[in-house]
Design a protein around this ligand. Structure first.
Ligand SMILES: *[C@@H]1O[C@H](CO)[C@@H](O)[C@H](O)[C@H]1NC(C)=O
Ligand SMILES: *[C@@H]1O[C@H](CO)[C@@H](O)[C@H](O)[C@H]1NC(C)=O
Ligand SMILES: *[C@@H]1O[C@H](CO)[C@@H](O)[C@H](O)[C@H]1NC(C)=O
Ligand SMILES: *[C@@H]1O[C@H](CO)[C@@H](O)[C@H](O)[C@H]1NC(C)=O
Ligand SMILES: *[C@@H]1O[C@H](CO)[C@@H](O)[C@H](O)[C@H]1NC(C)=O
Ligand SMILES: *[C@@H]1O[C@H](CO)[C@@H](O)[C@H](O)[C@H]1NC(C)=O
Ligand SMILES: *[C@@H]1O[C@H](CO)[C@@H](O)[C@H](O)[C@H]1NC(C)=O
Ligand SMILES: *[C@@H]1O[C@H](CO)[C@@H](O)[C@H](O)[C@H]1NC(C)=O
Length: 790
């Protein structure tokens, strides 16, 4: 045969086959006596459905109906459990009206068996809705034709739910309309999942091997809560029907108004993995979330959990890499779907994962993986595996774990730090106190030794002091000192004053030590006399001579008591205080700045002779030092000079300033911080200065002194006081100058300049002086702890 004739022959064959196809396409009917062979097909009139034999895999032939828009697999199969093993299958309606498939070498598969011996006028039609209907037509009495449906494919659904199809129960025939998934994506044998309509619950239930897996939610206004199959071209209108014969669910599609041309068919297909897919001329869509055994939202059921599985465990798809030591077993059981394998693995406590044989659920059977899972990050062997993991998912869990660990670590570290810090502080405080006490004891010992050398310091026992103060009775309490109460006592017939350090006062310990060490080494008639001390265990006390006449402030600020003394007495007191200060500043073995000179710290003995007391804040100076800096400003407001409160600079001139203020107080009988409204509000210094400038200084003097005073002395005192209160410490006289100025009658005194704090603050200029220690300490962190009215 020539090439040319070969080609002509080919074309001829093509034409023949085209004609045959065209003929077949036009035909939706199978008549009695017709034969549908494996090469034939029937197509519904609208062209949407096709009926034909199909070779699915491995020469397994099935009579199937295909939905045009689901190319993956047929929508209905006549013989899903009994494939015909070669293409010899034929569909026909025999003379008795039986619908059957015949094939060589096997018993015919009957789809419908006629009841009567002879059924004529029986035909089968593939309808537009995808229903393949076997019916019998007969003339009725009225001359019309009645059709009786003998069998239809909608009565034996596989996994497709089409519009007009029923899901439910026929009560009369016990017909059960439900969907059953394929075994795998390519094996149509009955698989693990079934979808049925439960009329009593008004919802669809999806079961996996009979166990509830998912539920649609109750049908409510033709929609299901857990099944959203929205489409952009039509609405799904579900309807529930219930009568004596049948209870079922069906649905129709209603085109959205905007759509002009549309295909009124859609299929809801139950996949082999339990997912429901909507196929239509437009989009493909999954309508159900994957249930993982753990979640219970969206209608999912929690899987029964064997004891060995912990609470959060579930199956999750993952890529794993493993080394050869991981045990796995290939189970080629042809009747197992992948979901069966998952179930087996879930219930087998040695199994940690399961994977497909070959590609993506094409083949039945699976591979089981037995633990423990030894993953290698960069292993050569990798596979997609459903493994059992602990929920929440790894990434999320990782974040949570990190957070939890971080928080826990922070708490632990924080707690440890706090505890450590607490104990460290305790230890440090204990060490400081220990050291301090040690020093104190040493000092005390020294003082004791010196006392034996004729220094006349006495060491008291607690018992003797208890005895002397009547056990610190309230009646014996004289008042409250800087760091604790002061008691009066009677010891060996001598009256004593006892300053007791209160246990709670920590700063007090410093002051106590300061006072003890300083006062012990001082001896002057105008300083309060230390008699001894008591340091025994917790108790720390200083014993002074008793001053029966209390402190100066109780006289000068008291209208009635003030009258007890004449001016001469006050002048004496001023002089003697100056002597006491001079001793402190110049002649004592130490050079001492009192820093808290004020009326209440001047005690009067039985001869009304003043004695400076309260050395808790006193500072010793080296003799070459003129001034120093401090970060801790202590003292009493109104008695402190500007350079000290402002910049922490202190020198003997601090005491000089305080002395000036004290003199003004004695003269005027007014407190330093009193307010005077003289043109503008003024304090005592300012008031004195204003009067001085106006030549009216004598007006400052308190009325009770007017008669007894010597004007010259008073003016001299005010003059000296104003000199002492000058802004610049260098302008203030020393105590030696003060004494000579107070006593040298007739000598003209320097005129005072405007004092500090009187009208406006002037910046004190500290000239560089050879006497000065120009220390540039930073005093940015000055802490002003001013103690009022001590
Ligand atoms: C049927 O399918 C199998 C595999 O899918 C193939 O090997 C076989 O050749 C097919 N048979 C026919 C007649 O098409
Ligand atoms: C089909 O298979 C049967 C045996 O299973 C065999 O007898 C028959 O000849 C085969 N028919 C065709 C057309 O291959
Ligand atoms: C689809 O529409 C055609 C005509 O509009 C109608 O005859 C047919 O019954 C409809 N099919 C379904 C499944 O609703
Ligand atoms: C078969 O159908 C045809 C047409 O519908 C009718 O004329 C004929 O009477 C029918 N035969 C029988 C036995 O019912
Ligand atoms: C319907 O069939 C399904 C699947 O075979 C079955 O689980 C269900 O119990 C049946 N329902 C009734 C009412 O027979
Ligand atoms: C989903 O199904 C469950 C179980 O039937 C039901 O409790 C739940 O209300 C449903 N969800 C919605 C949104 O309807
Ligand atoms: C195969 O699996 C089915 C269903 O799980 C089971 O009943 C059957 O015993 C299994 N066959 C073998 C050989 O394991
Ligand atoms: C799986 O599919 C890929 C392509 O999709 C193919 O290359 C590979 O050989 C297949 N593996 C098996 C085991 O069938």
């Amino acid at each position: 045969m020539s090439n040319r004739s070969k080609n002509i022959c080919k074309i001829f064959v093509h034409i023949i086959s085209f004609c045959f196809w065209a003929h077949a396409a036009a035909t939706d009917i199978l008549n009695q006596g017709d034969m549908l062979r494996s090469s034939d097909s029937r197509v519904s009139r609208n062209g949407v459905f096709t009926l034909r034999f199909y070779n699915l895999s491995m020469n397994n032939w099935y009579l199937s109906i295909w939905y045009k828009y689901d190319p993956t697999k047929p929508c209905w199969l006549a013989n899903r459990d009994r494939p015909i093993k070669n293409n010899s299958g034929v569909l026909l309606i025999d003379e008795q009206g039986n619908l059957m498939m015949t094939y060589t070498g096997g018993v015919p598969i009957k789809l419908y068996s006629g009841q009567s011996a002879a059924n004529i006028n029986v035909t089968a039609v593939l309808q537009d809705d995808g229903n393949f209907v076997l019916k019998k037509s007969a003339d009725d009495s009225t001359g019309g034709v009645t059709e009786q449906i003998l069998w239809q494919s909608f009565d034996s659904p596989t996994d497709c739910f089409l519009p007009g199809m029923k899901l439910g129960i026929n009560l009369k025939t016990s017909q059960n309309w439900s969907l059953t998934s394929w075994l795998t994506s390519s094996v149509p044998t009955r698989g693990a999942f079934t979808l049925e309509w439960v009329p009593s619950e008004h919802q669809m239930i999806l079961r996996r091997r009979g166990v509830k897996f998912w539920s649609s939610g109750v049908l409510n206004k033709d929609a299901f809560g857990n099944l959203t199959v929205s489409s952009d071209i039509y609405d799904f209108i579900y309807s529930e029907h219930s009568n004596n014969h049948e209870q079922y669910l069906t649905y129709n599609l209603v085109a959205l108004p905007s759509i002009e041309e549309w295909d009124n068919v859609s299929s809801l297909t139950l996949g082999h993995d339990g997912r429901i897919t909507r196929w239509s001329s437009r989009r493909v869509g999954f309508t159900k979330v994957d249930c993982d055994g753990l979640r219970t939202d969206s209608g999912c059921e929690r899987w029964e959990r064997p004891e060995c599985r912990s609470h959060g465990e579930k199956m999750e798809r993952r890529e794993i890499y493993y080394d050869n030591s991981v045990v796995h077993f290939e189970d080629k059981n042809e009747s197992r779907s992948f979901s069966d394998c998952v179930d087996i693995c879930w219930n087998d406590c040695t199994c940690f994962g399961v994977s497909n044989i070959g590609n993506n659920s094409v083949n039945p059977g699976c591979i089981f993986w037995y633990g423990p899972l030894k993953e290698t990050a960069t292993g050569e062997k990798g596979t997609t595996c459903y493994i059992i993991i602990s929920a929440p998912p790894p990434k999320f869990r990782g974040v949570i774990m990190i957070l939890v660990i971080a928080v826990a670590a922070a708490i632990v570290i924080g707690t440890v730090l706090i505890i450590f810090f607490y104990f460290f502080m305790r230890w440090r405080r204990a060490r400081v106190e220990e050291k301090f006490l040690f020093e104190l004891m040493n000092e005390a010992k020294e003082l004791e030794i010196e006392g034996k050398k004729g220094f006349k310091l006495k060491v008291y026992s607690v018992a003797s002091i208890m005895d002397a103060t009547n056990c610190f009775s309230d009646e014996n309490k004289l008042g409250e000192g800087g760091y604790g109460p002061v008691y009066k006592g009677l010891f060996d017939g001598q009256e004593i004053a006892i300053k007791r350090l209160s246990r709670s006062s920590r700063q007090g310990l410093v002051e106590f030590k300061n006072e003890l060490i300083i006062v012990a080494k001082l001896q002057h008639t105008n300083l309060v006399q230390l008699l001894g001390f008591c340091i025994q265990g917790e108790e720390k006390m200083i014993v002074y001579e008793y001053m029966p006449n209390k402190s100066l402030d109780s006289y000068i600020f008291d209208q009635s008591k003030r009258r007890l003394f004449h001016w001469n007495k006050y002048f004496n007191i001023i002089e003697e205080i100056a002597q006491g200060l001079l001793y402190l500043h110049k002649y004592s073995r130490l050079r001492i700045i009192h820093r808290d000179l004020k009326a209440s710290n001047i005690l009067l003995d039985k001869n009304l002779s003043p004695k400076i007391s309260d050395f808790g804040m006193a500072k010793t100076f080296t003799t070459t030092q003129f001034e120093a800096n401090t970060n801790r400003i202590v003292g009493t407001r109104g008695y402190m000079p500007p350079e000290y409160t402002g910049r922490g600079i202190f020198s003997t001139k601090v005491d000089v300033f305080s002395f000036g203020v004290l003199v003004l107080e004695i003269v005027s009988g007014r407190r330093s911080n009193s307010n005077f409204n003289f043109v503008r509000p003024l304090n005592l210094i300012g008031y004195a200065w204003m009067l001085w400038k106006e030549d009216a200084a004598l007006e400052l003097i308190h009325p009770t002194l007017r008669d007894s005073c010597s004007e010259d002395q008073v003016l001299r005192c005010i003059n000296v006081a104003l000199l002492c209160a000058e802004d610049n410490p260098l302008d203030r006289p020393s105590m030696a100058d003060v004494i000579s100025m107070l006593t040298s009658e007739g000598v003209k005194l320097p005129m005072p300049k405007q004092p500090a704090f009187c009208i406006e603050r002037r910046v004190a200029e500290v000239n560089s002086n050879e006497d000065m220690v120009a220390e540039n300490h930073s005093i940015n962190n000055v802490t002003i702890s001013v103690i009022d009215g001590r």
